[in-house]
Design a protein around this ligand. Sequence first.
Ligand code: ZN
Length: 153
Amino acid sequence: MAERIPEETLAEIRARISIVEVISAYVPLRKAGRSHTGLCPFHSESTPSFSVNEEGGFFHCFGCGVGGNVFTFLTRIEGISFPEAVRRLAAKAGVSVPQAAKDPQAQERARLHRLNDLAATYFNAACGARLETSPAITLQSVASTRRSPNAFA
Ligand code: ZN
């Protein structure tokens, strides 16, 4: 089952965690200008083409083309799921990850669903009430218009 993690939570973790620090635990990185480079852990190479951008919070390998953010790095290097990577980094960052049930969008959808049910019930009740009174009137008027031409024939 897909687990939804709010964007704000991901942003908060990324803001508190240094992607260079996380990746350094797996790959020796060397500062090169505005980024850090090292030997790519995802393909075999002898000259570093793996680059980590601390400011942007992403990594990219010019050799094999792999890239992403701190979460996707962890999913690839550890072979874990995205939510698991988020949980690990959240624990490291001291950020609490909301449970799926507390997802505000899911709550909003549930609220709208209840409103919709309520509206449907009300609509059915209102229609039912009108049908109880109107058929008599309708039948009477139809009957009178039908009878009139013959009445004077
Ligand atoms: Zn690579």
